[in-house]
Design a protein around this ligand. Sequence first.
Ligand code: ADP
Ligand code: MG
Length: 479
Amino acid sequence: MDRSSPSGDRLGAVLESVRARVSRQQFETWFRKIRILEAEPERVVVGVENAFFRDWIQTYYLEVLRASVAEVMGGRPEVAVAVAAPEGGAGPPPAPSSRDSEAGASAALAPRARQERPHGEHARTGTLIPDPRFPNFYSDVPLADAYTFERFIVGPTNGLAHAAALAVSEKPALSYNPLFLHGSVGLGKTHLLQATCRSLLEGRPDLRILYLSCETFANQFIQAVQSGDLKNFRYRYREVDVLVIDDIHFLANKERTQEEFFHTFNQLYHSRRQIILSSDSHPRDIPSIEERLVSRFKWGLVTEIEPPGFETRLQIVRAKSEQRGTRFPEDVCELLANQITSNIREVEGAIYKVASLSELMHRPIDLALAREALRDAAASSRRQVTIESIVRVVTAHFGVKAVDLQSKKRSRSVAHPRQVCMVLARRLTGHSLVEIGGHFGGRDHTTVLYALNKVEREQQVDGRLKDLLEALAREVRSV
Ligand code: ADP
Ligand code: MG
């Protein structure tokens, strides 16, 4: 688009603002070619090249676009996304990584099925950004429109977590403090945390809330230490009404960050401010976490979310397919609920696959089509690969101990098997870089990324390593 025209300028400014809110890879994938079709004070229409882009941006980036348009144009114009040009010969765009930190080489390592799936949440920015709608709400990720209490399907395995989050959103600091939700990946922890923030803000838009991942907390702490700016850091975290930290297990093996968090916790707790935390495991099972933190986490309510049973999964499929466009026929819903048992993100991925295939082939959604779409998904969920099973196979092959993989040892005899584990974990499980790092001695995601890059490069020149990785992957899948 012509950047010298007024709308070109405006587009440039909107794009700059978008660029600041998403990862580089996401920006390149989704925004580089957008255009502004209409720019009225009340309504802005953004043009994209085909329906695939439109759906994706509408689903995952509308909040980002709204915030950017509002920033550039002022007011709160409605933002719409429309297909502006006929589809060219180009194939579908590369899918973005599912999280910010996974940009780059890891995308090349991710199995295809992962890449085809949309991600359910926005990327974390790593810094705290203000939300244009609420004066005192800062987060490292925009609240997703889909993550509300209304859209959370309650069942026996998540009912307590849901009820507790709801209670906290009604009476912060009076019901459960801290509220500690734990459970494995894709079971709705982030969804509940965001729903709680949103509901709190709906009741009191001026509430001072910080919502961020533990990784962002740790990074900001390190930056503050490095720049000698701890005072500001502390002010920021200790002067809030509600502190919400996602994936607190990231504190594993991070002594200084734990120490800092401990003082933050105390200060907030004693001034009767609400603290809400999520984790992939029970407090006591977070590797090398200080006892005094474990005991504090237990002062409030620690509650687990377990994988949902068939009935809940069925309800989720019904609701999610309906939210996506049309509710799937009942037999298709049952097929999905039956086949995908591991986590809800996979259920969403399957719904997305079925719906996309139907659109692409211009075929109605029926059992035959769903079976086709699910062939991959079913194969991979039949055998749920865990990091533990990967560790078992890899340690047996290399003759090292599992504890060594967790240790600080960096000799090649230990580092290499550890890196192989990380690559396999990335290829075969749905875990994020942060989670994978957490399993291997609480290493941070950049270490994991480094390992992935290194092994990827090595196996390109070393056919034996490539074969070994494939053989180990086969073995892991068959155990
Ligand atoms: P976690 O943070 O535990 O890894 P998320 O909160 O990101 O999981 O959930 C993964 C996806 O599954 C999200 O898109 C979320 O909306 C959806 N989800 C999980 N549990 C439910 C539920 N009970 N009802 C509706 N959607 C759910
Ligand atoms: Mg989460």
